[in-house]
Design a protein around this ligand. Structure first.
Ligand code: IPM
Ligand code: MG
Length: 370
């Protein structure tokens, strides 16, 4: 526990670190359509991760058979991002694992377990920061209700950037939330670009700017400023509390299209949205930066399912949707469309219990739809 002087010094060093981060932010985008070989890192993760990832690899190997044999796409196994190795090395992402990851262009990643308590950061948070994956893109669709939502969650700042660097004084604890100008501008641009390129007419900015006046106030103001460059798109702003209610209001929810929000609100509301779609096992998630990108399931490693011996019954739909997003990101649009169509058409009997289909049975069936 700290005294006041130490706490002030700690706060000062955090501010300095964040100012340096802002200075170092640069934006040079990779053009995957021009890259000779795209290297896709395969990271199995923990718990049900290796089970669902093995099935996702089967699907990718089928869809990309010619590209893999022709050398334009390489699937590369990344070893060592396991809870056992991370605990043994005492690092959220051990150095050698990070080096393997940085040698790839994009990653398909199974869920990784975050140890409860202690000081070890979530591997997800570390990777998002180390690879500067600032846009967490999470689509949710319910065609029969006319719902087609895409969430652009800011993924490197807000409550997360200093989430494991809070401080404790006798009788109290403090965490920090950071919102930067360039960090906000780039997520807003990503959301509005998506809207423009996909014929969307509305972007909803969601914060709690009535309470978090500095950070969320800045977020809202910058999003509106970016919106000026997109006159064909309506930008409206909402508070997170009423927006969580709107999403469960069938009378209005299908009017929303694209959402842009700070990190923690985005985390929470995307679980809600995924649940409305059919469960967190059904939603994919892309973490996009200008250089790297990481695609993953929105759910965790499901330790309870593993303890009950039900790992083989885990639902792979979420990681497969993430795989489709990966294919689109690396400009393999036809392969992405094939997978999306198969996911929409193939009946899924996976229930997460031994009464349902296994993950592998479902994928064997899915392959016949490709
Ligand atoms: C998510 C997860 C992560 C987050 C956890 C695993 C750190 O909930 O991707 O939504 O909070 O971002
Ligand atoms: Mg979450």
């Amino acid at each position: 526990m700290m005294n006041l002087d130490l706490a002030c010094a700690h706060f000062r060093s955090l501010l300095e670190e964040q100012l340096h981060r802002v200075e170092a932010m640069s934006a040079e985008k990779v053009d995957f359509s021009k890259k000779q070989t795209v290297t896709v890192g395969i990271v199995p993760g923990d718990g049900i991760g290796p089970i669902i990832m093995a099935q996702a690899v089967r699907v990718l190997e089928t869809l990309l058979r010619d590209e893999i044999s022709g050398g334009t796409v390489a699937l590369k196994s990344v070893e060592g991002l396991t809870i056992e190795n991370r605990m043994a090395q005492g690092k959220a992402v051990p150095e050698d694992v990070l080096a393997q990851i940085k040698a790839c262009d994009v990653l398909l990643k199974g869920p990784t377990t975050t140890p409860m308590g202690g000081t070890m950061e979530s591997a997800n948070v570390t990777l998002r920061r180390e690879l500067d994956l600032y846009a967490n893109v999470r689509p949710v669709t319910i065609p029969e209700e006319g719902i087609d939502w895409v969430f652009y969650r800011e993924n490197t700042e807000g409550e997360y950037v200093l989430g494991s660097k809070g401080l404790e004084l006798p009788g109290m604890a403090v965490d920090f939330k950071v919102t930067t100008d360039p960090g906000t501008r780039r997520i807003a641009q990503a959301a509005f670009d998506y809207a423009r390129n996909n014929g969307k007419t509305r972007v909803s900015i969601v914060t709690k700017a009535n309470i978090m006046k500095k950070t969320d106030g800045k977020f809202t103001a910058i999003c509106h400023d970016v919106a000026l460059d997109y006159p064909e798109i309506t930008a409206d702003d909402w508070y997170i509390d009423i927006m969580t209610a709107n999403l469960v209001n069938p009378a209005i929810r299908n009017q929303f299209q694209v959402f842009v929000l700070p990190n923690l609100y985005g985390d929470i509301i995307t679980d809600e949205a995924a649940q409305i779609q059919g469960g967190v096992g059904t939603a994919g998630s892309a973490n996009l930066g200008d250089r790297y990108a990481m695609f993953e399931a929105i759910h965790g490693s499901a330790p309870r399912m593993m303890e009950e011996g039900l790992g083989d019954y885990a639902n792979p739909q979420s990681i497969l949707k993430a795989a489709a997003m990966l294919l689109r990101h690396i400009c393999r649009t036809r392969a992405a469309e094939k997978l999306e169509k198969a996911l929409a058409e193939c009946p899924c009997g996976v229930t997460g219990t031994a009464d349902g289909e296994t993950c592998a049975e479902y994928v064997s069936n899915l392959l016949t739809f490709l």
